[in-house]
Design a protein. Structure first.
Length: 287
């Protein structure tokens, strides 16, 4: 996961400029963004726990197929081998299944924490990882309120693994693999605004079926994955203590009060290391 040195120093310079003038630009309201983000509406009342989404995700991304089945009381988390997992929860309505993956926040903390823009919020809404820009700091892992990005610790060329909302597929006009292959039609892909309208419609037209809340509409400043549930969200494995403000918004004051040198210090050290490594090689060659 090495970063080309020329690109590194370009990125380092751009990062410094961004931090120097970022206060004005970062204060712009998300409402000023004219881009319509796309996302996925997941209806847990329709999910049957078949794990077709897990299998489809693995096949589409060259990852490991699931070896465990959902079991109430046993929580599975996403890993560097599984970008999405389905868990089971016991309730008065019987067993309830919930799919987990990257939430694709409207203002992702992982992208805000990334000094080299390796973690990137696309104009379409998906949050992706760009390996050619990553310097391996793993700030994205620390900053994510949903504990999603995972590092390949045992790989000789480690990557950060997370759901990309099948960005490559959607760029070709296809649906995300999990959405396309769900036999229960528990997921719907489309413009986020339309998904929220559909979610509200289902809540109104089916009194008593859904909890009157769309998880992800406001959590963490809004997310690309939106959830409907027939039981209280806290009983279905959701973190209901997530802030409604985006996490980058909450950290603005801190970032602008910290001298740029401290924020850029890890990147500067990496640049020095790469530069001196070349010098040492040249000295050895000359000898």
């Amino acid at each position: 996961m090495s970063l080309d040195r020329r690109n590194f120093f370009k990125t380092l310079g751009a990062t410094g400029v961004t931090l120097a003038v970022g206060k004005q630009s970062a204060s712009a309201s998300p409402a000023e963004n004219k881009t319509e983000f796309f996302g996925v509406l997941y209806d847990s009342t329709r999910c049957v726990g078949c794990q077709t989404c897990e299998v489809s995700c693995a096949e589409a991304n060259g990852l490991t197929a699931p070896t465990e089945t959902p079991e109430a009381g046993k929580i599975r988390k996403t890993t560097d081998k599984y970008r999405t997992v389905v868990n089971a929860y016991s309730s008065d309505n019987g067993e309830v299944y919930v799919k987990s993956q990257c939430m694709h926040c409207n203002e992702p903390a992982c992208a805000a924490a990334c000094l080299t823009q390796a973690m990137y919020k696309t104009h379409e809404g998906a949050v992706i990882w760009r390996g050619n820009k990553c310097m391996g700091c793993r700030y994205c892992m620390v900053s994510c309120p949903f504990d999603v990005p995972k590092f390949e610790y045992h790989s000789y060329n480690p990557k950060i693994e997370k759901c990309t909302m099948c960005y490559d597929r959607t760029q070709q006009g296809k649906l995300p693999a999990c959405v396309e292959n769900c036999p229960a039609e528990a997921m719907m892909y489309g413009p986020r605004r339309d998904l929220i309208k559909e979610a509200r419609k289902r809540i109104v037209e089916n009194p008593g079926v859904y909890v009157d809340h769309i998880y992800g509409e406001h959590e963490a400043g809004g997310t690309g994955w939106l959830y409907l549930s027939g039981i209280p969200f806290e009983k279905a494995g959701f973190n209901t203590s997530i802030q409604t403000k985006s996490y980058p918004e909450l950290s603005k004051g801190f970032l602008y009060s910290v001298p740029t040198i401290f924020v850029l210090w890890p990147a500067i050290l990496l640049g020095i290391r790469e530069g001196t490594k070349d010098n040492n090689l040249n000295e050895e060659t000359n000898e």
